[in-house]
Design a protein. Structure first.
Length: 367
């Protein structure tokens, strides 16, 4: 029999190995040998996933999952602080009706272990209420809420003095609460929002450095982000509206270095895009996710391309720091208008030195 060399490794290496496993696998290692018996209780990265207990949702698997998570957290070594607490539950409403109360207790218990990163991933959870303890932590640096349903976030108190990154998905945050969250997170540098609704009128995003918005309904959020250095806006329906609302505001993005926009027909949006770029004097990288519009596929041309405005000479002379323009497009046979877009960009940047214009094609449909 081969010697057990793995058990001979020092504790810190074994714990690092265990940190890459999900919680149930971590707990199962205690039966390997005496050397492993208590290591599971000091692993700094915990990922509880209901899928480990059954590929199909049932009352039995739900109950086993609840008992496992509850007993694991209660048995965890309280002298250790967590680097990561990650909870994943995907299923149907009846599953969550039975587990909602337990989730609140798990989050409260996890916060006691002072995690640096906390991730919650749920789907079809109609009645989940996030406990107030989630928003009171001096250890949290990253918070991810991927809830896959519309959920009101209404914390009474927010005290997250060291939070630097906040990611939310399918969440509604009213004006009162977004102000409270931002005031309670003075160190927040990065905000990523997907399919959510933030009411941001008269809200200042302070020193926010990175902002990513994907399929969001709020249009005037950009007017509050004058200090962003990296800005990503993705929308399958209202990108043009977002751009138009932005250029109606006299603000200038003095610190913006990277701008990532998608997805729409950038030929149609070219005039509006050029107006936006007038507000980005420090921009270095521009990424455009181009998708041929319906007019191109049906009639072979864009209405914007046929307009007088599109024939006017446009130069991006105000983007003196621009170094690279990346154009991402899907393969679309005869209706591919990305090469036309490339030529328009080259024409606009010919007065600038050392601007690299590249085009990449994706085999997948751009959302």
């Amino acid at each position: 029999m081969e010697p057990d060399r793995l058990s001979g490794l020092p504790d810190f290496l074994l714990i690092k190995i265990l940190s890459s496993l999900k919680a149930r696998e971590v707990a199962q290692t205690c039966i390997l040998s005496k050397r492993w018996r208590h290591l599971w209780a000091s692993v700094p990265c915990l990922h509880f996933d209901h899928a480990e207990f059954s590929s199909k949702l049932s009352a039995e698997s739900c109950e086993r999952f609840k008992k496992f998570v509850s007993s694991f957290l209660l048995s965890f070594d309280e002298t250790y602080n967590l680097d990561l607490f990650h909870l994943t539950c995907h299923g149907h409403t009846y599953f969550y009706d039975d587990i909602t109360e337990a989730v609140g207790m798990w989050i409260t218990q996890a916060v006691k272990y002072k995690p640096k990163t906390l991730k919650l991933e749920f789907s079809y959870c109609m009645y989940l209420t996030l406990p107030g303890s989630l928003f009171i932590s001096d250890s949290l640096q990253e918070l991810y809420l991927s809830l896959k349903h519309w959920l009101d976030v209404t914390p009474e108190v927010v005290y997250l003095p060291n939070l630097k990154r906040l990611n939310v998905c399918f969440v509604y945050i009213g004006e009162k609460y977004i102000k409270k969250i931002l005031n309670g997170c003075p160190m927040l540098e990065s905000l990523s929002v997907e399919s959510s609704w933030l009411v941001t009128k008269d809200v200042s995003f302070g020193n926010m450095k990175r902002l990513s918005m994907t399929n969001c309904r709020e249009l005037d959020v950009l007017s509050s982000c004058v200090n962003v250095e990296v800005l990503q806006i993705w929308s399958s329906s209202n990108l043009m509206d977002l751009l138009k609302v932005t250029i109606q505001n006299p603000m200038i993005f003095y610190k913006l270095k990277r701008l990532d926009l998608g997805t729409c027909c950038m030929n149609c949006a070219f005039g509006t895009l050029s107006s936006l770029l007038e507000r980005t004097p420090k921009l270095e990288t521009l990424i455009l996710w181009h998708k041929c519009c319906y007019e191109v596929k049906v009639r072979g041309r864009c209405e914007e391309n046929e307009s007088q405005n599109s024939r006017e000479k446009i130069e991006w002379y105000y983007c003196k720091c621009l170094k690279e323009v990346q154009i991402m497009s899907e393969k679309d046979g005869k209706s591919d208008t990305a090469p036309q877009l490339v030529e328009r960009v080259k024409q606009c940047t010919k007065g600038l030195l050392e601007v690299r214009v590249v085009i990449s094609y994706s085999s997948k449909e751009l959302v």
